[in-house]
Design a protein around this ligand. Sequence first.
Ligand code: CTP
Length: 422
Amino acid sequence: MAQDGNELITKHATMPPWGLEGKRILVAVSAGVAAYKTCILVRALIRAGAMIKIVMTESARAFVSAETFQALSGEPVYTDLWDDRVSNRMAHIELGRWADAIIIAPASADLMARLAHGICNDLLSTLCLARPRDRCLLLIAPAMNKEMWSHPATQRNAAILEKDATIFLGPDRGDQACGETGDGRMLEPDDLLQALEHALSPKFLAGRHCLITAGPTFEAIDPVRGITNRSSGKMGFAIARAASQAGAIVHLIAGPVSLKSPWQVHRTDVVSALDMKQAVDRALESMQHSVIERSIFISVAAVADWRPAEIASQKIKKQHGESAPSLQFIENPDILAGVAARSPRPFCVGFAAESEMLHEHGEAKRKKKNIPMLAANIGHETFGQDLNQLLLLDARGSRSLPLATKEKLAQQLIEAIASDLT
Ligand code: CTP
């Protein structure tokens, strides 16, 4: 009988909170067409459980009204250095003291210049200078015409701000409101949200490399057909996102899925189990032994156990009156067991997609593959879903992670891994 994981739970209770829930975010808006995207960011932050206050510059209000932000956030919008809604009329001090992070989106060239040189001529520039820098992060998402961004003056200001520990988010490359194409687009709201989550999460895995496989594999029968499974990749992508938030350098090797890469995650797309194995081997072979020893391999992919022995070079045609073609299969290599058999090897975490007897099958699989940790789940109940529940198995016993979003479970799994590593 496995022991209950109370020991693990006690250890986890002391871990600092992840991401945006309960965090105080000051969203600051300066002049730029991209201000409309900041409306979407504000909604997403509220949905993620953050507390919001909004500051706008005078010229930002030429693009989106203060009333729009007020309606979206349900909070007063601050624009005036002498705002008398702040009891001591020191909005520039109180707002900076309140915030865990300030995100300026969009950040104009003019605002960047003022921030770089400590010029305090409005509420936003003054509160940025006055904020307690040891506990209030400053993130800026520039948005401007490509000539303005690439101008040596702007680049000089960006370098000064970076030296002053400002976190730059973008800018991105693409079509611009002025009709040109180039560097200077503001990042999309989801990227800004993930960047904030990243900046505010505890760094349990700082400096460690984390290699993750995710999604299904596709084993070709002929040029148009193949065998795959219903894995969506959501769990593996959520784990990649959480590992990156926790400070790991993440390489995600994904089978065919239609998901966007998480923030700051390096991704390699593969199709078949053999491709996936090759990508995993290459990634490990590019690391020094001392790095592998401190790294983590999380094998979330639903790898096809077999592949057709031969792939027809042309589409197999239906022959009327003849029986269906019979396919011969050969077994695919077990990628996880292969990594676990290496020396040196990373800390290996497996997944078990079962249909019953989670504990028995999961523990048998953990031992058979010789890995320190395995997360078991009911495969057909979780494939493609946003929610899941896991049974975590390690040398200390088992622990249930009850029904939750895959993002939440991913964070709990990363905490458990960090706890087993230390
Ligand atoms: N796995 C792998 N390579 C394979 C098959 C599985 O790396 N060829 C990994 C999966 O990513 C997962 C773990 O092994 O982490 C268990 O996968 P699962 O499909 O549940 O188990 P199998 O080993 O395939 O055993 P079975 O299908 O008999 O349950």
